[in-house]
Design a protein. Structure first.
Lengths: 875, 116
């Protein structure tokens, strides 16, 4: 078919304009005749093999064929040559168009402007997305929707100018637009009655009708377009089919996600696992993440909306578990999903409100809240077997409103918070220690008044929850200090070791490279991998360095050389004159391990720790009956790690239960649990807890966590004394050699034991008050485990007297004395608190001493390496 | 002589106007034809003297009057073709017109014979 030049088209239109009135008067359809003439010209041009039809060709052909000559002249027409008649005099408004003026206006308003306005409103405000579902979740959806006003506009333009140069393309576009408009009309059909009522009652509600009105315009203009072009248009049913196919193709991952979510939520384990596998393979993580967030929508997208009508929606709490099982990452550890539109921010606007403020969960990250400064000062005495660490944190808030900072801290094994300080207006305020309910109530009340409090409570074995509120907005900071007293773990009589505290999780930004200034000092010789070693003036040593957060995350410990001759020490009881606390090294005879069950977490985060896990397996003694259980989507017994596939997040409890059943069949057995963080409680832990509750002397559970993060399963086993979190490093692998000896029955197990004596003075060396705190902690735990209220009250009293944060007590700093008084609390005397760094009066001396030390170091550094010397072999 | 020619021309125009629709319908009586083919066929009819451009408005009018129907069909040789076919009513009209014209011709011949 030949192409028409613009001037040819113009000549043709001019001809039509001249003859239209005459044709109408003759009873013919002008548009149809125009189409016929156009085809005639095309036939002639094709016969003449004209590639392009020019103006001259049109004029020549029209002149030759005598278009609208005498033959079609109405009876009333004057005689003569009709082609010479001036037909333009019959022209009036609307003549020359293939559509009436009213129709054109209707089409432009409801077929072009309204859909454009609707799209713009949704894009810029997310109105539908924030209340119902997201109608334009991807750029492809936007393009599809944009097709409707564009196609309608082009059709209306062609009709208004009677131009049919691209009828076929326009026909296809028109059908597609009708199809897309029809699809969205169906989606918005449930809201159409409300929209109509809204328009009638309030004059508002036109936007939901936009698809329907666009569809009507697209349909209504097609017959005129058909007549104008004189061709058969692309069928509208085919356009609808293509539109549906396109949208379904775009939404296939979402559809698969919805199906996968419902399968994964099934109570049938096989179906649930199949759903999780399906989500991993073809699911949309974005859709899954959206459904993790609570909102006032019933679904996050069109497919979700339809699915929610067909089946009961899975609650967000359950979707969060599914998200973890699919990805191995908690939903709140990743950024909330973006929505289309210039709102551009998160789906849940975390700048607006923190739903977990004052609660017990760390919950999701708060935008603008970040760790600004962190220093960890430690002091330890390996002979006496204690370590005191002060962790000073400065949290900065760049958001525009005040926020609560929350963090779960992992303490050294057996550690207890013994000091809490908040800086208010540059002054240090010490905490009050009270019962857990008392301090939480005080904190909550003050939080409601938006004044400065800080609260520390326990949240599992060796873990505490730190809450600070309010961190002032616009760059404001909050500075707190947490003092931790912890027992040292005896590696041998010559060596002891203590963990460095770390974050399990926090709701403020903790960059991968956040630096912690760590400084430990002792009169004993210290060693810590990656730390700078130096002497201090009184003969002790120090290790210090600036370390990124991921080093702490992977676990870090400080080793100390000790005097094996020191076996027994004592100290006075705090705020009690008639008691003394004694400590001695207790040696347990070596017994050979009979049976061991190893549980390997199948979560994706274990991928990077495969070698470390293999190292643990290699450390298992020969000749011990063993079972290796892989806690993947299902619990399987395996022989080695080579074929294991770590993927998603896995529930380890069934494997632990099976391991317990295997190990408990023999006395002197153990379970070694090699796992990554367990941030989500996927299954009930009650039956696991019950096993140790009924068999307290059951197998020992060695809890070896690789990498940072919370462990909710271990938190549930808080009261189980058989659970041993390996110290040394957090992943515990460097203690394996020692454990291997113990498991073989070749080495005795050594530990510090503390008890209360009635007399103030007893045998051995007088030790620091930390020994008393450690005893009080142990004793409070024992009393707190009792079912008798009197004993639990004693535990609270003991915790308060020794200023400790135990499961029965907490520490809170309030802003004013009135607030303390109102809460029935009394802040501790600053002189009674433990401390690492000497008071300011002594600081000057230290500076001088440091200068002298520096001079000495310069003198001696050539003869001594910076890293610590190798410790002697274990006894 | 000149006046006689003008008179004939005027008369033949009137006749053509009268029979053109009959010709179009007759051309479609046995088979459907596409517009261009129909036009060429009519143009080739001796004595009809119809211009091509005249046929299309008539076809449109006949379609509006439901005497013919049209349909579009793709063509491998050129542009889309619009095929015309007679409706049942169109066929009845053709039959009536044919009878009527035959009767007119026969009547006029009889009149001439009587006159002779």
């Amino acid at each position: 078919m030949s192409k028409w030049t613009d001037s040819a088209e113009q000549a043709f239109q001019e001809h039509l304009s001249r003859t239209r009135a005459r044709l109408e008067a003759s009873g013919a359809d002008p548009d149809e005749v125009a189409g016929d003439l156009r085809r005639h010209i095309d036939e002639e041009a094709t016969a003449a093999k004209l590639p392009v039809v020019a103006r001259q060709d049109v004029e020549r052909i029209l002149g030759r064929i005598g278009a609208l000559a005498a033959g079609d002249a109405p009876a009333a027409a004057p005689a003569g040559n009709p082609s010479t008649l001036d037909l333009t005099k019959g022209r009036k408004s609307g003549v020359g168009r293939s559509i009436s003026t009213a129709g054109l206006c209707f089409g432009i308003v409801f077929g072009v402007l309204l859909p454009l306005a609707t799209l713009a409103v949704e894009y810029f405000t997310g109105m539908c997305n924030s209340t119902l579902f997201d109608p334009i979740p991807t750029p492809f959806h936007i393009v599809l929707v944009l097709c409707v006003p564009v196609a309608n506009g082009m059709v209306l333009m062609a009709l208004s100018r009677s131009r049919t140069a691209i009828p076929r393309t326009l026909g296809v576009l028109s059908a597609l637009a009708a199809g897309i408009a029809f699809y969205y009309s169906i989606i918005f059909l449930p809201f159409t009655p409300f929209a109509v009522i809204g328009i009638l009652a309030f004059g508002m509600g036109l936007l939901p009708l936009s698809p329907l009105l666009s569809f009507i315009v697209a349909l209504a203009t097609r017959p005129a377009l058909c007549r104008l072009g004189g061709i058969r248009l692309f069928p509208v049913w085919l356009g609808i089919a293509i539109a549906f196919a396109l949208v379904v193709a775009l939404d296939t991952p979402k559809l698969a996600t919805q199906i996968g979510i419902h399968m994964a939520a099934s109570r049938d384990q096989a179906t649930s696992n199949a759903g999780v596998r399906m989500l991993r393979k073809v699911g949309s993580l974005d859709t899954l993440l959206r459904q993790c967030y609570v909102g006032n929508r019933f679904a996050s997208d069109v497919v979700g909306a339809v699915c929610s009508l067909c089946a009961n929606p899975v609650p967000p709490e359950q979707v969060r578990d599914i998200y973890y099982r699919v990805t191995g990452t908690p939903y709140n550890a990743v950024k909330p999903p973006k929505i289309t539109g210039l709102r551009g921010g998160a789906m849940v606007n975390d700048n607006e409100f923190d739903f977990d403020r004052g609660g017990d969960a760390v919950a999701s990250r708060i935008r603008g809240l970040a760790l600004s400064d962190s220093r960890i000062d430690g002091k330890l005495d390996a002979d006496q077997g204690w370590c005191y660490t002060e962790w000073t944190l400065v949290i900065r808030n760049d958001a525009r409103q005040q926020h609560e900072a929350r963090a779960e801290l992992v303490l050294p094994a057996g550690g207890v918070v013994s000091r809490l300080t908040l800086w208010i207006n540059g002054e240090e305020r010490e905490a009050a220690f009270g019962s857990r309910e008392q301090v939480k109530t005080a904190y909550t009340q003050v939080v409601e008044r938006r004044r400065d409090p800080v609260l520390v409570t326990t949240c599992g074995k060796d873990r505490v929850l730190l809450q600070c509120f309010p961190v002032p907005p616009n760059g404001g900071t909050m500075k707190v200090r947490v003092g931790i007293t912890a027992p040292l773990l005896l590696v041998s009589r010559h060596e002891a070791v203590c963990d460095v505290p770390r974050f399990a999780q926090c709701n403020f930004d903790l960059s991968f490279y956040n630096l912690h200034s760590i400084w430990f000092e002792s009169k004993n010789e210290l060693f810590a991998p990656g730390m700078i070693y130096e002497d201090v003036k009184d003969g002790g040593t120090a290790v210090r360095n600036l370390l990124p957060n991921f080093v702490l995350d992977n676990g870090m410990s400080v080793h100390a050389r000790r005097n094996p001759e020191v076996t027994t020490v004592w100290t006075r009881g705090l705020r009690a004159t008639n008691e003394a606390i004694c400590q001695a090294i207790e040696e347990h005879a070596a017994t050979k391990l009979q049976r061991v069950a190893v549980v390997i977490d199948g979560s994706s985060r274990m991928n990077s720790h495969r070698d470390a896990a293999a190292h643990v397996l290699n450390a298992l003694p020969e000749g011990v009956e063993r079972a290796i259980l892989f806690a993947g989507d299902r619990c399987n017994e395996v022989s080695d790690l080579t074929s294991l596939r770590f993927v998603g997040g896995c529930d380890n409890v069934p494997a632990l239960e099976r391991a317990w059943d295997f190990a408990a069949a023999q006395s002197n057995s153990a379970i070694i649990w090699l796992h990554a963080t367990q941030p989500i409680e996927l299954g009930a832990t009650g039956t696991l807890e019950q096993r140790w509750f009924r068999r307290p002397d059951g197998p020992v559970l060695y809890d070896i966590q690789f990498g940072g993060g919370p462990n909710v399963v271990a938190a549930k086993l808080d009261q189980v004394t058989a659970v041993v979190r390996l110290a040394g490093t957090t992943n515990g692998t460097d203690r394996l050699a020692q454990l291997k000896d113990e498991w073989r029955g070749a080495a005795p197990h050594l530990e510090f034991k503390r008890w209360r004596a009635d007399n103030a003075v007893t045998n051995g060396t007088e030790a620091d008050a930390h020994i008393a705190r450690l005893w009080a902690h142990d004793h409070a735990m024992e009393l707190g485990a009792s079912r008798k209220k009197a004993k639990r009250d004693q535990a609270v009293e003991l915790s308060q007297r020794y200023q400790l944060v135990t499961p029965m007590s907490g520490a809170v700093v309030l802003e004013t004395a009135e607030q303390f008084k109102a809460a029935g609390l009394e802040p501790v005397d600053a002189e009674t608190t433990p401390q690492v760094v000497p008071e300011p009066c002594a600081t000057g001396m230290i500076i001088i001493a440091a200068g002298l030390l520096l001079a000495r170091r310069k003198h001696t550094e050539k003869s001594r390496p910076e890293v610590a010397p190798t410790f002697p072999a274990r006894a | 002589m000149r006046d006689q020619q003008d008179y004939f021309d005027n008369w033949i125009v009137q006749v053509r106007k009268g029979v053109l629709e009959f010709y179009i319908l007759a051309a479609l009586y046995t088979q459907e034809r596409y517009g261009y083919d129909l036009v060429k066929t009519l143009v080739d009819q001796p004595g009809l003297g119809v211009s091509e451009g005249t046929v299309y408005p008539l076809l449109s009018r006949l379609r509006v009057q439901k005497l013919v129907t049209s349909r579009l069909e793709e063509s491998t040789e050129g542009p889309v073709r619009k095929y015309y076919a007679l409706t049942a009513r169109g066929k009845q009209i053709v039959d009536v017109m044919d009878e009527h014209l035959t009767a007119l011709i026969q009547g006029s011949r009889k009149l001439r014979q009587r006159g002779e």
